[in-house]
Design a protein around this ligand. Structure first.
Ligand SMILES: Nc1ncnc2c1ncn2[C@@H]1O[C@H](COP(=O)(O)OP(=O)(O)OP(=O)(O)O)[C@@H](O)[C@H]1O
Ligand SMILES: [Mg+2]
Length: 379
């Protein structure tokens, strides 16, 4: 779905069908002929009209970008509370749970329930025809990594509306891929970019604007313009990291954001919840955070990329001994998971370890001063 191109339809704009003239009664012979022409499945609909899958055939209304103050019956004070807590569109409220709205927006539970029901009625959350879904998926924005082989591995690039994890040991190129994605998203369309904004949540203090400038030179992009489209939030602890996500919807809307990066997802959680005793609490908090990210991706139709550290299990005798941090919680929440490992010199190997539509394949790329490039590319 291209959120920029489609002006949302309001219910008032719905077309009313023209009245049909009353149909003439068919003669007995005509009725028989018509009976013979019927498609085999038509009789089912006559006998069981109520069982037709009407919901699945109805096109979902695209009101997702409409501001929350359009929820029927909402007052200005409640609308303000929602907006200042990051719930700025109908879709954001429609996808929320009452507990969450109570917690984040300081409104009563009944009000929260009523708002969610009203927003869902407007956005039309329900079943969607799979054919429509395929059309929507074909229009999904994919962000190029700047390397043809990596793009091929990812079936076109980093996909919008989903959460992609890039994990690997230190020095495997996780941050370098993030820098490259920033440039590919922010640079002008005529250069192959998306002319869109980026939100970069830096938990390790490793964001380097100088690298963005270097990578821009490879594409002939204006570094000033590219840097001006990147919004960097330095997260000092896991709570701060979560707050930054809550604050991001406003920047997403105002800055035409198409990509959100969290580098890295787990470093603060790992440091703050060390030891077996706090594992449950850490996983619960991480789970909540991952759900926030996934919802942001879906509600605002943006690509969310999270880097992740790895841990080594020395007691594993056969197969892989290095695993991304976060266990099953991270594994289940991420849509696509890419695992990086070192090759010779500046070569790195990327492997898709989990995806709903990409097989478990791998490719090689290089880290250079110009960013992420193919092995065959000379820079
Ligand atoms: N300007 C540059 N030119 C060429 N290579 C560079 C440049 N800057 C960094 N690199 C290379 O990038 C690699 C580091 O990659 P990156 O910072 O993405 O690692 P990482 O996977 O994020 O590691 P960590 O887990 O420590 O954050 C190093 O091998 C480094 O030599
Ligand atoms: Mg890094």
């Amino acid at each position: 779905m291209s959120k920029k191109e489609k002006p949302p339809k309001t219910t008032k704009e719905k077309e009313t069908p023209a009245k049909k003239p009353p149909a003439k009664k068919p003669t007995a012979r005509k009725a028989v002929a018509k009976e013979e022409k019927k498609e085999p499945e038509d009789w089912i609909h006559e006998i069981l009209p109520k069982q037709r899958p009407k919901t699945a055939q109805k096109e979902t209304k695209d009101l997702s970008d409409v501001a929350v103050n359009n929820i029927p019956g909402i007052g200005p004070a409640v609308a303000d509370k929602l907006m200042s807590s990051g719930y700025i569109t109908l879709a954001a409220v429609a996808h929320a749970s009452p507990i969450e709205l109570v917690e984040h927006c300081e409104i009563g539970e009944q009000t929260a329930k009523r708002l969610i029901t009203a927003a869902r009625g407007q956005v039309g959350i329900g079943f969607q025809n799979a054919r429509e879904l395929l059309k929507t998926r074909k229009k999904l924005v994919k962000i190029s990594t700047g390397s043809k082989s990596l793009d091929t591995l990812l079936a076109g690039g980093i996909e919008a509306s989903s959460l992609t994890e890039i994990s690997g040991e230190f020095r495997t190129g996780k941050t370098q891929i993030c820098f490259q994605l920033c440039v590919m998203t922010a640079m002008d369309k005529k250069l192959g970019g998306l002319e869109s904004g980026v939100i970069y949540i830096d938990t390790e203090g490793t964001f380097r604007p100088e690298r963005i400038v270097q990578i821009c030179q490879r594409f002939g992009a204006d570094p000033e313009q590219v840097l001006s489209r990147i919004n960097v939030g330095r997260a000092y602890n896991s709570d701060h990291q979560m707050v930054l996500v809550l604050e991001s919807p406003k920047i997403i809307k105002d800055g035409n954001v198409q990509l959100m990066i969290i580098d890295s997802l787990t470093s603060h959680f790992r440091a703050e919840y060390a030891g077996r005793g706090s594992l449950l609490e850490r996983q619960q908090k991480l789970n909540k955070y991952l759900h926030q990210l996934l919802r942001l991706a879906e509600v605002y139709d943006i690509a969310v990329v999270a880097t992740n550290q790895v841990l080594t299990k020395p007691d594993v005798l056969y197969g892989e001994t290095t695993f991304p941090v976060g266990g099953n919680i991270v594994a289940h929440s991420c849509t696509t998971r890419v695992f990086l490992r070192k090759g010779k010199a500046e070569k790195r190997i990327a492997r898709v370890i989990d995806s709903p539509h990409i097989p478990e394949i791998e490719t090689v790329f290089r880290i250079t001063a110009d960013g992420i490039v193919d092995v065959s590319e000379t820079t």
